[in-house]
Ligand binder design. Structure first.
Ligand code: SF4
Ligand code: SF4
Ligand code: FES
Length: 328
C-alpha cells in the first residue's frame, strides 16, 4: 500500500530556522505503525529526519507525537488506520513542548514539572526492616495510575498548557495523585497545599483531552478531580487562605451560596471567591463587572431565596454528612 507521510520538520541549524512540511511517498505494509513508516523514511529515503524511539512496543514512552493532530505513541498507531481518503498521514512533534529538531521535543520542562510534585514516597519514620507495606486494595486502586509511562502525550494535547505553560499539567498531577492516594505516604497535607496554588489542580478546565490522548488508561483528568475532592475534604486548604487557592474557594463559595439561597448568585460567587477585602483582585474584576452592568447582564447580588429552599438545605446537609462519613 502507498502512503504519503507528511512530516512537520524543523532544523535549528538552518540560517533562519522555521518549521515546514515535507512529504515522503513510501510503500507500507498493512501492519506498519507510524513509527515503522518514519523509520523506513529515515533508513531508506532521508537520513536527516530526527525522531525519538526505543522499545517500539508502547512501553518506553519515547515516541509520543501528533498524528493527524492528536497525540499518540507512534509505535502503537497503525498507518492504515490514520490514512486520509487520499492516502496521507500527517505527523507532527508532540505539542506544548519546545521542538529540538523535527519530531524530537525537549522534555526538560516536562520533567521539571514531574519533579515539582515530589514524585516519591514520603513515609514517616521509623524505617521498617524490610519495606513499607500497603494494603492490597490500595495498590490495586493505584495500578492504573502507576501504568503511566511518562510519554507526555497528555501534555501534548492539554488545552490549558497551550495558553498557560505554568500549569503543572496532566502527567505531573496524575503522578501527584499516585502519592496522595498511597497510604504509605504521610505528607498529604503538604502535598495538597503544594498542588492547590496557581498552576495546580484548580487550573484544569476538564476538557478531557488528556484522557483521550493517554495510551495507558491513566485518565489524568480524573486524578486531578480526585485531588480536588481531597483538597476540599481536608477542610481549610492546606496552603491556607493565602490568596492562591482560588479554585478551592470557588468550589466552597459555590456550595455555600447554593445551600443558603437555593440558587447561585454569580456576583457573590466572585466576591466570596476572591475575598471581600482583596482589593487588588476585586479591582481587577471591575472592568468585567462594569461591562456586565453596561450590557444588563449583571446578576443581582440580592436575588430572593428560592421557594422551598429548606429542601435544598436538607439535601446539601445530607450530601455533606455522607461525604464526611466517607472521609472518615
Ligand atoms: S482535562 Fe485538564 S489536564 Fe486534561 S487536558 Fe484538559 S485541561 Fe489539561
Ligand atoms: S498520563 Fe498517560 S499520556 Fe500522560 S504521560 Fe502518563 S502514560 Fe503518557
Ligand atoms: S518506542 Fe517505546 S513507546 Fe513507542
Amino acid at each position: 500500500m502507498q502512503a504519503k507521510v507528511s512530516v512537520r520538520r524543523f532544523n535549528p541549524d538552518e540560517e533562519q530556522p522555521k518549521p515546514y512540511d515535507q512529504q515522503y511517498d513510501i510503500e507500507v505494509e498493512e501492519h506498519f505503525t507510524v513509527l515503522d513508516a518514519l523509520i523506513k523514511v529515515r533508513e531508506e529515503v532521508d537520513g536527516s529526519l530526527a525522531l525519538r524511539c526505543s522499545c517500539r512496543a508502547a512501553i518506553c514512552g519515547s515516541c509520543a507525537m501528533r498524528v493527524n493532530g492528536h497525540a499518540v505513541l507512534a509505535c502503537k498507531a497503525r498507518v492504515s488506520q490514520h490514512l486520509s481518503d487520499d492516502g496521507e498521514v500527517r505527523v507532527e512533534p508532540a505539542g506544548n513542548q519546545p521542538v529540538i529538531k523535527d519530531l524530537v521535543v525537549d522534555l526538560e520542562p516536562f520533567w521539571n514539572k514531574v519533579r515539582a510534585v515530589e514524585p516519591y514516597l514520603q513515609p514517616s519514620l521509623p524505617e521498617p526492616e524490610a519495606e513499607y507495606l500497603a494494603p492490597n486494595e490500595v495498590m490495586l486502586h493505584l495500578v492504573d495510575v502507576m501504568g503511566c509511562i511518562m510519554c507526555g502525550a497528555c501534555v501534548s494535547d492539554c488545552t490549558v498548557l497551550e495558553v498557560d505553560p505554568n500549569f503543572l499539567g496532566p502527567a505531573a498531577l496524575a503522578k501527584a495523585y499516585r502519592f496522595v492516594a498511597d497510604t504509605r505516604d504521610e505528607e498529604d497535607s503538604k502535598r495538597l497545599g503544594l498542588y492547590n496554588g496557581y498552576g495546580g489542580i484548580w487550573d484544569c478546565t476538564r476538557c478531557g483531552e488528556c484522557v483521550a490522548a493517554c495510551p495507558k488508561g491513566v485518565a489524568p483528568m480524573d486524578r486531578i478531580m480526585a485531588l480536588r475532592e481531597k483538597a476540599i475534604e481536608s477542610g481549610t486548604p492546606p496552603g491556607g487562605y493565602d490568596g492562591a487557592a482560588y479554585g478551592y474557594r470557588h468550589a466552597e463559595a459555590f456550595e455555600e451560596i447554593v445551600s443558603h439561597k437555593g440558587r447561585l448568585e454569580e456576583t457573590m460567587l466572585v466576591v466570596k471567591t476572591l475575598g471581600m477585602f482583596n482589593l487588588p483582585k476585586m479591582l481587577g474584576m471591575l472592568p468585567v463587572g462594569l461591562n456586565a452592568m453596561f450590557h444588563r447582564k449583571m446578576p443581582s447580588p440580592f436575588a430572593p431565596t428560592v421557594p422551598g429552599v429548606n429542601q435544598i438545605r436538607r439535601l446539601a446537609a445530607r450530601i455533606k454528612m455522607n461525604k464526611d462519613g466517607a472521609a472518615r
